[in-house]
Design a protein around this ligand. Structure first.
Ligand code: HEM
Length: 407
């Protein structure tokens, strides 16, 4: 798969692979290993792209926002030359100084202190969800972990926390799925979402208006920040949109990842049952291990040397977060889902100024759901092979058949 570029370019390993093909999306691990082994930076001729897959180089690119800015887009499309499919995000697709105020507002609203008021409610909601599935059921319950747990829980708590009306919530997952596909090339996955883009975007846009949002949610808190002059009233709806785009599919597939990890590693489930306070670490280890967000791009601001070659100014570079999170140069036994490991430093939430501002929300969802399950379930195992859902950016499940042995 690997050759060396013939002429003008400096010696850079060339890897002829399509990271967005269905074959790779089904199982990206062999490609990730090949990219890491090929070199610190590689060239992907299919898309005329530079790419990094080792931990050290991915982390270095993530933290270097001056040389690898985000405002030209964090997908394959270069906003300096192409029109984005929607107005760019004020967080994800912005650089300082424009990034600063929206980031400060969301950091306060989604930070650990602010979330304390939600903790008891979300733990109770998780108990309720689990009770609804298990009460009166036999000693063994079979269910689809995706539909019944990983999707059901965020959809139950997150839209309420934002302050969305009930109607139309079924649009959240398809909108997020399309947005994450749109970071990749315009392949069949993007074409599949295209017919509904206008309708879904209109719905999402309408939910960001002040009068639609409940007055005690994250959405209202964003609007209140505009009243205080921390952001402008024109910025508020786009910041609400960030929550609706980035806050649902990610946690659904993060929860899918942790359920899959626990079902396939009985020792980890036993550890978690004995020490439920490890639930947050278990969730983070799953984010490292499966990396629900697999990739993001940056654009070189200037000619930038990496690992003996130069990424030319204005060129896109693809960062394989999922590959970095399993790089044996950084992690011991990286393919193992291991609750005794300290997963901190993983790049599943990114790193640096754009590091996921919603990670405390995601962890709280994980802790609530896992804690509720540990109380009722003695053993959890796969009931059949899981089915993958293909997305250009996310590592996702379509279904996760589980067998729960009740305590
Ligand atoms: C940023 C992953 C949950 C909102 C990011 C980034 C990653 C990521 C990798 C960095 C993007 C970059 O560097 O270009 C995840 C994962 C999640 C998750 C794996 C769940 C397991 C959430 C949730 C929310 C959220 C629940 C909202 C409540 C955001 C926003 C940004 C972001 C707004 C942009 C931050 C900025 O650019 O300053 N996320 N995320 N995410 N995430 Fe998350």
């Amino acid at each position: 798969m690997t050759t060396t570029a013939p002429t003008a370019r400096p010696a850079i390993p060339v890897v002829d692979v399509d990271p967005f093909s269905h074959e790779v999306l089904e199982d990206p691990l062999p490609m990730q290993a090949a990219l890491r082994d090929a070199g610190p930076v590689v060239f992907l001729p299919r898309y005329d792209l530079y790419a990094v897959a080792r931990y050290a180089e991915v982390r270095a690119a993530l933290v270097d926002w001056q040389r690898f800015p985000s405002s030209a887009g964090v997908g394959m499309s270069n906003f300096r030359h192409e029109t984005p499919w929607r107005p760019p995000s004020l967080l994800l697709e912005a650089d300082p100084p424009h990034h600063d105020a929206p980031r400060a507002v969301l950091s306060a609203i989604l930070g650990p202190r602010a979330l304390r008021r939600l903790t008891d409610r979300w733990f109770a909601d998780a108990e309720d969800l689990v009770a609804g599935l298990l009460d009166g059921a036999g000693p063994v319950v079979e269910l689809d972990g995706m539909a019944a747990l990983a999707a059901a829980f965020p959809l139950r708590v997150f839209p309420d926390a934002v302050g969305l009306p009930r109607e139309g919530r079924e649009n959240l997952l398809p909108y997020g799925d399309h947005a994450f596909n749109a970071f990749g090339p315009s392949n069949d996955l993007v074409a599949k979402g295209a017919p509904r883009v206008a309708e879904l975007s209109a719905w999402v846009g309408a939910q960001c208006a002040r009068e639609v949002l409940a007055d005690d949610g994250f959405g209202a808190a964003i609007w209140a920040a505009s009243d205080r002059g921390e952001i402008t009233p024109a910025q508020a709806p786009l910041i609400v949109r960030s929550l609706l785009t980035a806050g649902v599919d990610t946690t659904v597939h993060g929860l899918g990842a942790v359920l899959h990890g626990l079902a396939t590693h009985p020792d980890a489930w036993a550890t978690l049952r004995a020490r439920p306070e490890r639930a947050r670490v278990a969730f983070d280890e799953a984010v490292r291990w499966q990396s629900p967000v697999q990739t993001f791009f940056r654009t070189a601001e200037v000619d930038t040397p990496i690992g003996g070659t130069v990424v030319p100014a204005d060129r896109k570079i693809l960062m394989f977060l999922g590959a970095a999170n399993r790089d044996p140069r950084h992690w011991a036994d990286p393919d193992r889902f291991d609750l005794d490991r300290d997963p901190s430093g993983h790049v599943g939430y990114g790193m640096g100024i754009h590091q996921c501002v919603g990670q405390h929300v995601a962890r709280l969802e994980g802790a609530a759901l896992l804690t509720a399950l540990t109380r009722r379930v003695e053993r959890i195992e796969p009931a059949a092979a899981p089915a993958r859902h293909h997305n250009n950016t996310m590592r996702a499940f379509a279904s996760l058949p589980l067998r729960l042995h009740l305590a």
